[in-house]
Each structure stands twice: as structure tokens, then as C-alpha cells.
Ligand binder design. Structure first.
Ligand SMILES: *Cc1c(COP(=O)(O)O)cnc(C)c1O
Length: 394
């Protein structure tokens, strides 16, 4: 069954997310019939050889709780191999460090999460001497023009944080294929429920599980899923042996638990976000709303084509001063001002006020408007959310 099949999204994905069959640890498999996989905290496992050899030796390299989550992540993305990392940044940095040699060439979309931008500019470019080239990936042509014989990785985020820009994964995947260059997609904003980068032609799908996958704002983690055996071996070696940046068993348990309700949460996030986007779009102190579900989003058609839903993240440009924005934020009761996203509760962030150091400091990357407000729309009652915004907006 392919991810393009409607049935997959309606039924199969939800079944995979709950993952009951995978969870059972039956006595005939050496287990105790737990319906939920136990948290294996053991750092080491009794050594066995021959027929008694263990699947796991030492928990940095592999651990039963992590292995169960990695399998679940791979299945959700429709990929072969999954890896669970200590953070989204650990997933991204391990991917970049494993695939791009010092002095190599890396192409990235110019709109990316601020941490990714800093990783690529400060560390990968300045420290490792990698030629990092940011391009406006909304036009696949710009990626095609930038590729050369030294290109070791094409990187894109879609939709992007916080500008909610998209790139055409299928077109860029074709370009990457033509040149034999691995193509990685940060699909955090969509979650595996609304977007399947591997099915669209990417080689690597990456998530900050901190966001929608865990979904309850109580764990930091990251995931990589790939179909490519060589890329997997390379990343697994870096993660397990060299860098040691795996997700802890307890966090694996939390993410696995969160995933069970991912489909239900994502449907609700999207429904609420659409209502909030429509409300903001008609407000006279809102200059512009960035939400891929709105017909006014310049890439709405692409969103409708490559995503099966529009998720719960939106941004808008406030028509007014930063002082007015602060008053608006102060007046909100249900939207907590704060970083992060993808949890059940609504969060609001003004990048220029709240994370000024991280707002696009590189001139090579897309500029974030000073009055941009980003909202992670939660799953509260939608009328309460709209009422709160209406009351707090001037
Ligand atoms: C949050 C985020 C990351 C980084 O993930 P962490 O878990 O905070 O390390 C990467 N990409 C995107 C799109 C994000 O939103």
C-alpha cells in the first residue's frame, strides 16, 4: 500500500500509529505480554554468543525501547530504517556531518529553522570549511543551478519555520536523483501524518520529535528515516559509535506514546489552525497570514498536492508596532508566549522579540519580518481560541 492511497491515510496510518501488533511482547518472544513495550533502562546486556547472542549489547549502540520506536518511526514514514536522536538538532547535525566531507558543497533552502541555520553557517561552514550555499528552494530551478560535482547533500525544510514556505519535494528529488546527491527534508512542521517526503522522492526524512510526534511538550528528541542502506549505515555508525547522541529509553517511551494519538491530534490541530487563519485573515490589524491551507498562500496548490493536510502552524504579519504586539501577547489568556511548537497547547512566539539572537543573522538566508508572529495552534476548543485572539487584538 502506498502513501498516495487515500486509504493509507484514513485507516492504515492510524493503525500503524497505534501499533498494537508491534507492542505485544509475547511470552513466546521472551516477553511478558505487555501491551505497551516496557522501558528498558539497562545500559548493558548480558553477553551471549552463538544461539544465545543478544540483539542488544550496550544501550548507546542499541536498546530495545529505542529499537521499538525506531521501527515505529520508519513504518510511519514508509521507510526502511529509523534512528531516534537526542534532539532534532542531533538528527540534523549527524546527517550533515555524516554525509558532507570537510570542504564539500552543501545546498540548503534559505528558509530554515534558526538552529539549522546556525549549524550550517557557524559550524559546518566556518568550522569544517564546507561550502554552504543557501538558495530560495521555492523555485526548484535554483537548486538545479546550484548543484555541482562537489555537492554532497541537498537540504530543505518544508513547510519552513517560521515563514511557512514550501518547496516541491518531488521536483527537487528529481534534481537530486539526476546528480546522485542525497536529498534530506526536515518535515517537522507537517509531521509524518500530513507529509511523506520519502514517497515524494527524498532520501532522508528528518523530524524534531520534540514537536508533533511527541506532541505534549515534555521531551526533546529527533528522528531520521531513510530508505537508503548506505546512508543508514553511515548515520547509524556516527550516532552510535562516534557521536553518541541517541534518544534515552524514557524519552523513546514518551515519543512512542505520543505517536499513538498523532493522527487524532493532527486532525484537530489542522481544523483549529484553519479557523484561526481565517479569523486573522479578515482582521484589519493583520497585514498578511502565512498558512498553506489558505487559498491566499502563494504555494497553496503545491501544499494541496504534496501534503495530505496543512498542519497546525501559521504565522502572520501584524500591522503595527512591537509595543502593540507586546500588549497583544500580554492580553492573551490561552496562547502561552514561548518557543517550541507542536504540543497540544497553543503557543505564540514573536521571533524578533523573543529570540532576537536567532532571527536570521545571515544575509544569505530569508529575512524574517520584525512584526512576524508565529502561532502553534493547539487542540483546545476552537471558539475559545478565536475569542481569545479577537479580544487581545487591538
Ligand atoms: C524545533 C525544530 C528543530 C530542532 O529540533 P530540537 O528538537 O529543538 O533540537 C529542527 N527543525 C525544525 C523545523 C524545528 O521546528
Amino acid at each position: 500500500m502506498t502513501r498516495d492511497d487515500d486509504c493509507f491515510h484514513e485507516n492504515r496510518f492510524k493503525t500503524l500509529a497505534v501499533g498494537a501488533a508491534e507492542n505485544a511482547t509475547r511470552p513466546d518472544k521472551g516477553g511478558t505480554s505487555d501491551v505497551i513495550p516496557p522501558i528498558h533502562l539497562s545500559s548493558t546486556f548480558e553477553w551471549g554468543s552463538g544461539d544465545n547472542a543478544n540483539e542488544h549489547d550496550y544501550s548507546r549502540e542499541s536498546n530495545p525501547t529505542r529499537a521499538a520506536l525506531e521501527k515505529q518511526l520508519a513504518r510511519l514514514e514508509g521507510g526502511e530504517h529509523g534512528l531516534a536522536f537526542a534532539s532534532g538538532m542531533a538528527a540534523i547535525s549527524t546527517t550533515v556531518l555524516s554525509l558532507v566531507p570537510p570542504g564539500g558543497h552543501l545546498i540548503s533552502s534559505d528558509s530554515v529553522y534558526s538552529g539549522t541555520e546556525r549549524l550550517l553557517t557557524d559550524f559546518v561552514a566556518n568550522h569544517l570549511g564546507v561550502d554552504v550555499e543557501f538558495v530560495d528552494a521555492r523555485e526548484p530551478e535554483n537548486v538545479a543551478t546550484a548543484v555541482d560535482s562537489e555537492t554532497a547533500l541537498i537540504w530543505a525544510e518544508t513547510p519552513t519555520n517560521p515563514l511557512i514556505r514550501l518547496c516541491d519535494v518531488r521536483s527537487i528529488g528529481d534534481i537530486a536523483d539526476d546528480h546522485g546527491v542525497p536529498f534530506g527534508v526536515d518535515s517537522t512542521f507537517a509531521s509524518p501524518y500530513f507529509q511523506a517526503p520519502l514517497e515524494l522522492g527524498a532520501d532522508i526524512a528528518v523530524h524534531s520529535t520534540t514537536k508533533y510526534l511527541n506532541g505534549h511538550s515534555d521531551s526533546i528528541g529527533g528522528a531520521v528515516v531513510t530508505d537508503n542502506d548506505e546512508i543508514f549505515e553511515n548515520l547509524a555508525f556516527s550516532q552510535r559509535i562516534g557521536l553518541g547522541n541517541m534518544l534515552s529509553p524514557f524519552d523513546c517511551y514518551l515519543v512512542a506514546r505520543g505517536i499513538k494519538t498523532l493522527p487524532a491530534r493532527m486532525e484537530h490541530h489542522q481544523e483549529n489552525a484553519m479557523a484561526v487563519a481565517r479569523l486573522l485573515e479578515t482582521h484589519d490589524r493583520v497585514a498578511r497570514v502565512y498558512y498553506p491551507g489558505l487559498e491566499s498562500h502563494p504555494q497553496h496548490e503545491l501544499a494541496a498536492e504534496q501534503m495530505s493536510g496543512y498542519s497546525g502552524m501559521l504565522s502572520f504579519e501584524f500591522d503595527g508596532t512591537l509595543v502593540e504586539i507586546e500588549a497583544f501577547i500580554d492580553g492573551l489568556e490561552l496562547f502561552t508566549p514561548g518557543a517550541s511548537l507542536g504540543g497540544v497547547e497553543s503557543l505564540i512566539e514573536v521571533p524578533s522579540l523573543m529570540i532576537p539572537d536567532e532571527v536570521s543573522h545571515g544575509s544569505a538566508t530569508a529575512e524574517i519580518p520584525e512584526t512576524l508572529v508565529r502561532i502553534s495552534v493547539g487542540i483546545e476548543d476552537v471558539d475559545d481560541l478565536c475569542e481569545d485572539l479577537r479580544t487581545a487584538l487591538p
